[in-house]
Design a binder for this molecule. Structure first.
Ligand SMILES: *Cc1c(COP(=O)(O)O)cnc(C)c1O
Length: 432
């Protein structure tokens, strides 16, 4: 029984994120020794299916041979050098490939998702300052949004449990209603509901666009806010309105990027181009922390100047780390060589065909987009009880309140998908 020892040591020395440490006294911390494919293994020989892709970062499963090989190769060549005053091949190659994929460019790197949001916010407001419009310094963000938890990013995150304790530290931005189609009335279509939310936004922009720098959205799915989905028409309308009122559009694809919603990037389904695109999580296939912000020529040009102080002087120590860039390049090559977007379409169909039993349970709003499945359990059911059952039976999930979701690694096989849904179904039945 080695697990116990590791749990005790961890609880004495590690302050775990997004956790009430006291709750771990009930022994619900799982020490992980190794991993392969969709499976994580503990020290006592139990295995767990990683149905959240380890907080949505692990795209192709654990111990992915190609990513591993690329990192190993890079580590013998150059593990790190800064990219202020220097440059290296992995960061150049990655920037070129991302530009080609997104039709944006001028890749600016950070080390995690929240970093990318800070960068986009600073670039946007700094851009208006460069253009003598200092008053344009407010951000518009959506209810149910999540953009990270550093102070700038938290200020545009709406989730009260993360925000409440720090509100005195945060700048006041403008929160608008979410286009989440679950909030529509019975007689409204998803598209009509999106249209209504756009109308609300239009009245706001008419009045206040002179003080608004950018609107930040998670295209198609607000993930941490409860896997809230909206019509792509919302994005189409949003992009038009941003143009009309001279407001930037920041697309936070940290969670939805890299195939999660069925296309390489979610904004592509609406055929729009945002002013800023923030990427992280899946970027390195779950191997190393890295984030990037891509933007337009117009924005880049506004900082191009003889005066140093007119430049974008933001930096992080590990910016553009070569090992992380190598992992990201391996990720992109897997998308291409294994035709992941196409093969995911088959996986989506395969998993959708396995939902019959789940649909008989007391759940609501069962929804799917690409490789995301979500639903709400009935209020009468205790989510903790389901969670405990699943963990005891080898399925790792992490519900958000009453919202249960599955975001498995793309390598998931039919037998594994069956196991995943079977344990979840039994867990809900057991708790009902
Ligand atoms: C996870 C997430 C972030 C923050 O990324 P971190 O790497 O955790 O800082 C920002 N935006 C979205 C949409 C996310 O899902």
């Amino acid at each position: 029984m080695q697990n116990k020892n590791f749990i005790q040591r961890s609880l004495k020395s590690v302050w775990h994120p997004c956790s009430q440490m006291k709750h771990y006294e009930q022994n619900n911390l799982i020490p992980i020794k190794r991993a392969k494919g969709v499976w994580l293994y503990d020290f006592d020989g139990n295995k767990y299916l990683d149905a959240t892709s380890s907080w949505w970062v692990n795209l192709f499963g654990h111990n992915q041979p190609l990513i591993k090989a690329k990192i190993k190769k890079q580590i013998d060549l150059l593990e790190h050098s800064m990219i202020a005053g220097l440059t290296h091949e992995p960061v150049i190659e990655l920037s070129e490939q991302l530009a080609k994929l997104t039709k944006l460019g001028h890749c600016f790197y950070g080390s995690d998702g929240a970093n990318a949001i800070e960068i986009a916010i600073k670039m946007s407001t700094h851009f208006w300052r460069q253009n003598k419009q200092q008053r344009k310094n407010k951000l518009v963000y959506l209810r149910k949004s999540y953009h990270g938890e550093t102070l700038g990013a938290l200020a545009v995150t709406s989730i009260p449990i993360f925000k409440e304790s720090y509100k005195d530290l945060l700048k006041n931005h403008i929160q608008i209603n979410s286009p989440d189609w679950r909030d529509r009335s019975a007689e409204e279509t998803k598209e009509e509901f999106a249209e209504k939310k756009l109308d609300e936004l239009r009245s706001l922009l008419k009045k206040r666009h002179n003080s608004i720098s950018a609107i930040i959205v998670e295209p198609l799915v607000q993930c941490a806010g409860g896997m809230a989905m909206h019509s792509k028409n919302y994005l189409i309308g949003l992009a038009k309105m941003c143009q009309e009122f001279d407001v930037h559009l920041i697309a936070d694809e940290i969670a939805v990027g890299f195939g999660r919603t069925g296309s390489m990037f979610a904004f592509q389904q609406a055929k729009i181009i945002p002013d800023f695109l923030c990427l992280s999580k899946g970027l390195t296939g779950g191997y190393l922390p890295l984030s990037v912000v891509l933007t337009t020529k117009t924005i880049y040009q506004a900082f191009y100047h003889n005066d140093t102080r007119q430049g974008f002087l933001h930096s992080h120590s590990y910016t553009g780390n070569p090992l992380a860039c190598a992992a990201a390049l391996a990720t992109l090559s897997i998308f291409k060589n294994k035709k992941i977007i196409q093969s995911n379409r088959q996986k989506t169909k395969m998993i959708n065909a396995l939902l019959t039993d789940l649909k008989t349970l007391p759940i609501h709003n069962l929804r799917n987009l690409g490789m995301i499945w979500a639903f709400e359990i009935d209020k009468k059911i205790n989510p903790e009880k389901i969670l405990k059952y699943c963990h005891q039976h080898g399925l790792l999930i992490r519900p958000i309140g009453l919202t249960f979701y599955l975001m498995p690694p793309y390598c998931i096989k039919e037998s594994e998908a069956k196991f995943m849904l079977d344990v979840l179904t039994r867990g809900i039945r057991n708790a009902s």
